[in-house]
Design a protein around this ligand. Structure first.
Ligand SMILES: *Cc1c(COP(=O)(O)O)cnc(C)c1O
Length: 209
């Protein structure tokens, strides 16, 4: 089993080794802030670490580094996920990625998750209050905090795009998904409770007539 962690890396604490998937992959330009085109990541479980015979899309940078430049015939992979590397890395995008990961290390993913649970719970509360009696949207993300990351998805009706545009004009950067979903992702590293409160004020001020 392998997991696509595109919306998980940097959003939730992960114990992949303990949970035991065979592998996992993720991009780093979402919650990990590396920017578009930033490096992707891969996890390969330890039980596969030393299986050079596993079929793979092999690239020269995955070859055993002690003899990589000898250019001998045959592929001898590095142990672990490094044996799946294809080519050498882009230094500028890795530098940006490293700067971001250092901030995650300093903050601590458990601390970020603790704030994230509060921040998204607060968003849920202010959105429901702002929408009371109006039925502009329905929150379709699970209401159980353990079943979600930081994001809330709102199923809207034919007023949804106007609401999204109204918020965007006021500086709220959310995400529109056709045909009628607005996604909010308050991020604990740099969004504040005041940001979330302001979203509620703006939604409450959206004219529906
Ligand atoms: C963003 C995303 C990816 C990563 O796509 P890229 O090819 O790295 O741009 C993969 N899966 C899901 C579900 C995503 O949201």
């Amino acid at each position: 089993m392998g997991f696509d962690l595109a919306h998980t890396a940097g959003n939730l604490p992960l114990q992949l080794h303990e949970w035991g998937p065979d592998f996992a992959v993720w991009c780093s330009y979402k919650y990990l802030n590396s920017g578009p085109g930033g490096p992707s990541g891969a996890f390969v479980h330890e039980r596969h670490a030393n299986s050079p015979d596993l079929p793979r899309f092999a690239g020269w940078w995955g070859h055993d580094e002690t003899e990589r430049f000898k250019m001998k015939k045959g592929f001898r992979p590095m142990p672990g996920a490094e044996g799946w590397q294809l080519s050498n890395a882009q230094i500028f995008s890795f530098a940006a990625h490293k700067a971001s990961l250092d901030i995650f290390d300093a903050a601590g993913i458990e601390n970020l998750r603790a704030k994230s649970l509060q921040l998204t719970g607060f968003l849920e509360q202010v959105l429901k209050e702002a929408d009371s009696g109006r039925n502009l949207f329905k929150i379709i993300t699970p209401s159980e905090p353990a079943q979600r990351g930081c994001q809330l998805s709102l199923l809207t009706d034919n007023r949804g795009k106007a609401l999204f545009d109204f918020l965007a004009e006021k500086g709220v950067i959310a995400d529109w998904r056709e045909p009628n979903v607005i996604r909010f992702a308050p991020v604990p590293l740099y969004n504040s409770f005041e940001d979330v409160w302001q979203v509620g004020q703006l939604v409450a001020g959206f004219p529906t007539t």
